[in-house]
Write a protein that binds this ligand. Structure first.
Ligand code: UTP
Length: 296
């Protein structure tokens, strides 16, 4: 069985939920505390054993390439000032070999993945989306790769969501379950309210066999007029078994505003230097807040 060594990180979307911040800056560069969200994703891929990463970029995404490049002047300046910890942090982001390909139009996630087909070739590969950051003992992608290594089949990361949120996600219709691994009858992208076959939602981590590319070659537009990866996975599932795996770990939704704010708060409360001052500031804020008066 071929090993999973390559990963695609699609980052060519328009980021409309964060406009106007994302007019000139990629959504993937928005930081949680002091690290862009895409760096968390790259680090997870590397910790999962991925050797080659390709980022699918689009218009206005140059900052991503700059971020993962060497920054000689900055590094020299930090070295001269003896700011070694910061220097190490800055170097960390340029220590991985990353490839880039442009998606000329944002035609959907399925199309973004298809754009990287020549880089992947005839090997199983991973896809990681920057909208979900996962904190776990064993990196989320590594958990999926381990399942791939036992099943030899595509494995999609899922976690439960509240019933009223199922319409925002790709949802699985489970056929059978063994431990945390599901055989799936159907994968449904953004089901109508009340029509979801379960509450297990696809969470931005995939291990796929290269057969998906033959399906994406012909895939037509689906929900939202976009070429949907979930629709292609459903077709793949009709040809060969595709599994879903309920991965362990805490998943943070950084693809929408409230989730982004809550993630920042949670990470700050776990941050050694920030926790104390933040708790104090929050206490003072809640005591002194004039908000109710303003609203009333
Ligand atoms: P999203 O739908 O969350 O990203 O796609 P978006 O379109 O940038 O954001 P909104 O919904 O307008 O706020 C999930 C991932 O797929 C990538 C996005 O960059 C994001 O990381 N994507 C999406 C592409 O690379 N190309 C596309 O055509 C669509």
């Amino acid at each position: 069985m071929k090993k999973v060594k390559k990963a695609i990180i699609p980052a060519a979307g328009l980021g409309t939920r964060f406009l106007p911040a994302t007019k000139a800056m990629p959504k993937e560069m928005l930081p949680i505390i002091d690290k862009p969200t895409i760096q968390y994703i790259v680090e997870e891929a590397v910790e999962s054993g991925i050797e080659d990463i390709i980022i699918v970029t689009g218009k206005g995404k140059r900052a991503i390439e700059d971020h993962f490049d060497h920054a000689f002047e900055l590094e020299m300046n930090l070295a001269e000032k003896g700011k070694i910890r910061l220097l190490e942090e800055v170097r960390r982001s340029s220590g991985v070999d990353i490839h880039y390909i442009r998606q000329k139009e944002p035609r959907g996630l399925g199309h973004a993945v298809w754009c990287a087909r020549r880089f992947i070739g005839d090997e199983p590969f991973a896809v990681l989306l920057g909208d979900d950051i996962v904190q776990s003992e064993v990196p989320c992608l590594k958990q999926l790769i381990q399942e791939y290594e036992t099943t030899g089949a595509s494995v999609i990361g899922v976690q439960p969501v509240p019933d009223h949120e199922t319409q925002r996600y790709g949802i699985i219709d489970p056929k059978a379950k063994q431990g945390r691994l599901y055989q799936v009858r159907n994968f449904v992208e953004k089901p109508q309210p009340g029509q979801a076959p379960s509450n297990m939602a696809i969470m931005g981590r995939y291990v796929l066999t290269p057969d998906i590319f033959r399906i994406l070659d012909l895939q037509e537009e689906g929900a939202g007029g976009e070429i949907q990866l979930t629709d292609a996975i459903q077709k793949l599932n009709e040809l060969e078994q595709v599994y879903a795996y309920h991965f362990q770990g805490v998943r943070y939704d950084v693809g929408e505003k409230l989730g982004f704010i809550l993630t920042t708060l949670d990470f700050a409360l776990r941050h050694q230097e920030l926790r104390g001052p933040l708790l104090q500031a929050m206490e003072e804020f809640l005591e002194k807040s004039t908000l109710p008066k303003v609203i009333g």
